[in-house]
Write a protein that binds this ligand. Sequence first.
Ligand SMILES: *[C@@H]1O[C@H](CO)[C@@H](O)[C@H](O)[C@H]1NC(C)=O
Ligand SMILES: *[C@@H]1O[C@H](CO)[C@@H](O)[C@H](O)[C@H]1NC(C)=O
Ligand SMILES: *[C@@H]1O[C@H](CO)[C@@H](O)[C@H](O)[C@H]1NC(C)=O
Length: 534
Amino acid sequence: YVYLNSLFQTFFFSLLHLSWKVLSSITHCPMFCPLQPTTKLFIDGKFVESKTTEWIDIHNPATNEVVGRVPKATASEMEAAVASCKKAFWNWSETSVLSRQQIFLRYQQLIKDNLKEISKLITFEQGKTLADAEGDVFRGLQVVEHACSVTSLILGETMPSITKDMDTYTYRLPLGVCAGIAPFNFPAMIPLWMFPMAMVCGNTFLMKPSERVPGALMFLAKLFQDAGAPDGTLNIIHGQHEAVNFICDHPDIRAISFVGSNQAGEYIYERGSRNGKRVQANMGAKNHGVVMPDANKENTLNQLVGAAFGAAGQRCMALSTAVLVGEAQKWLPELVERAKNLRVNAGDQPGADLGPLISPQAKERVCHLIEKGVKEGASLLLDGRNIKVKGYENGNFVGPTILANVKPNMTCYKEEIFGPVLVVLEADTLDDAIEMVNNNPYGNGTAIFTTNGATARKYSHLVDVGQVGVNVPIPVPLPMFSFTGSRASFRGDTNFYGKQGVQFYTQLKTIISQWKEEDATVTKPAVVMPTMGN
Ligand SMILES: *[C@@H]1O[C@H](CO)[C@@H](O)[C@H](O)[C@H]1NC(C)=O
Ligand SMILES: *[C@@H]1O[C@H](CO)[C@@H](O)[C@H](O)[C@H]1NC(C)=O
Ligand SMILES: *[C@@H]1O[C@H](CO)[C@@H](O)[C@H](O)[C@H]1NC(C)=O
């Protein structure tokens, strides 16, 4: 009893990190609940306990303590979720676009009101610092705000009088049931890239969050329901490969949005497309920051360090590769100095600049790639592998690490490291740097640091990468633009959010109609102001 009691207390106090009320509303966990709170499924408007026998533990990456568990949904639960989406589709797609917009207007306010609570959940399960977690929610919130402009985004086109009395016009209509598969690194932002745009266009949606970080999405689903989303319009399942295959194969699912690793993305693109679905897959990256000797040094070094090590490098838009051109190579010692000064700590500790990696396996992989870099001839100027964080000795921490003298044929350059490791290469000229970036298979993002407009223009014009920052290290576009990763970083042909997002989640219907002028009836004029809308 004493043992159980103390376990219960540990569990209880760690939950006080979050808000107990919030967590129990998501998990329906009574005060004396089992030691591990279980994540529910969200099916047909209800948060339900899975009947599965297979569970996956959720760990706090700063301590590696088990803080919850998530079910691998059973086949019949997954079926029920799709059936619920399908059942809700007709009414939802026939709901006026103004009513859908109203729900999203309420939703964005609820997300704002709960931003801090959602962020705490993210830090608890994902490890990133609280400030970074708030950014995670905020970037997702911007997409919800943008979804509220659906009324102009979803307009069709018309061409009057193609011949006498004949007009052509198009409607932009929803597809049906769509699905999203999200990764662990942005527990709020990436799901919010997916279901709001899809749903405001009239689709219903099945989400599968990362099994490591389901908390933020469950919270967001609760808020969405509170905002007035009808039952069944959003369903959530949990799981791993089986859930992914289920989504790729289910005949009632019309489109899949995926963000994550290349291996998974290629697989989902291939399998989903083969089954006739639209698929958009945002995948891995190797983002280069090209530093010209005429750059503003102070600004550039700060930006570089922030973008390489922020979120412990677990962003696909992390600036993980620096290319120092000519004289800029002399800045290396100062770069190392700044990286050294970053504070590594649990994400909820004040002053933390970077938190832990998601899992011990992730840490092992990062350390292995660093070691391999050294073996292949890179110089290890800063080594974060043996870092000890006081009070969090069991966390998956890796400190800022810098590998210099890296050559394009080294493994640490070719593979996405996804950790706080900056790989530094050298180039003699701007042209050499451009060639290097264009030879790398990934095309997610890149940045150039310079004070010369002509250099910046030449680089932006010639570099074959989907998103380019000029003195901006992480060029993630605002939602009125689309997220335009390219080459090996993207599969599909319409990108996430913005105008392209609306195109992805809708199809056109073209109507050609003829109303002969001589058939027009003459009636009395209506004098009452017509009412429209809801
Ligand atoms: C669709 O909406 C109508 C009218 O509000 C309602 O009666 C009906 O039950 C709804 N159907 C579903 C499947 O939700
Ligand atoms: C690029 O980076 C983003 C943001 O970190 C990430 O979600 C995405 O998977 C990456 N790949 C592409 C093609 O956008
Ligand atoms: C990279 O290329 C150089 C020169 O061609 C060669 O000496 C070196 O062994 C190669 N390194 C790796 C890791 O392939």
